[in-house]
Design a protein around this ligand. Structure first.
Ligand SMILES: [Zn+2]
Length: 64
């Protein structure tokens, strides 16, 4: 059985990373954590080196 659960967009965090091998930015600058509804207003997150970041993974916050 599969359950589909509705969650708030701010509870969904997507992780984006700069995958340019020549990127010399600090690690924390080359990883973006943005909520699910961030993309519609801001587009693809950009690294300080100027490259578009690549989608990596998604986390959901669930209250215990
Ligand atoms: Zn970069």
């Amino acid at each position: 059985m599969t359950n589909i659960i509705k969650v708030n967009p701010e509870d969904v965090i997507t992780i984006w990373r700069c995958v340019d091998p020549t990127c010399e930015c600090e690690l924390e600058e080359s990883i973006a954590e943005v909520p699910a509804d961030w993309y519609q207003d801001n587009g693809t997150p950009q690294c300080p080196c100027g490259n578009d970041m690549t989608y990596s993974e998604t986390f959901v916050t669930i209250e215990a």
